[in-house]
Design a protein around this ligand. Structure first.
Ligand code: DQA
Length: 155
């Protein structure tokens, strides 16, 4: 039987305001709605999720360190920290766990400072611009990646 996959879903600064924050960029779903859609998908595939949203870089780094042993991978929307945080980059690298970077908006169609990510080169891949679906595609991609690695190991 397959082991259940465990994924840590990390949301950075200001994503607690989803639903009312710049809906032209981020859509109208709240973070709670996004989390429950993710949970529905995850439950259907026997995947377990843990969630964090924080506006505090230090709290996010602490959470990654504290939960590394409890997850197989991360699904990360680091929000503004994507473009600035060496500390988060180092925490994710140090965890040794693969991750997918997601963004609700198409960061490449926005201001130039959003075109740089301190995370992307470490990520399995990046999904941006599909609003809430970015998370759902990201979850799917992570699961496929982890199942693929497990099958390759078993061969
Ligand atoms: C974001 C894009 C970031 O540039 C921005 O700072 C965010 C959200 C997105 O999901 O589109 O807060 O990560």
């Amino acid at each position: 039987m397959r082991e259940p996959i465990r994924i840590g879903v990390l949301n950075g600064p200001n994503l607690n305001l989803l639903g009312r924050r710049e809906p032209h960029h981020y859509g109208t779903r709240t973070l709670a709605e996004i989390e429950s859609l993710l949970r529905e998908r995850a439950d259907a595939g026997g995947t377990s999720l843990i969630f964090l949203q924080s506006n505090d870089e230090g709290e996010i780094v602490d959470w990654v360190q504290a939960n590394t042993g409890a997850v197989d991978a991360w699904l990360v929307n680091a929000a503004a920290l994507t473009h600035t945080s060496v500390a988060l980059r180092d925490a994710l690298a140090g965890s040794g766990r693969p991750f997918v970077e997601v963004h609700l908006s198409n960061v490449f169609a926005r201001e130039p400072f959003r075109h740089t990510s301190l995370l992307s080169d470490l990520a399995i891949g990046v999904i941006a611009g599909f609003r809430v679906s970015s998370y759902l595609f990201g979850l799917e991609a992570l699961i496929q990646h982890l199942r693929g690695s497990a099958e390759a190991e078993a061969e």
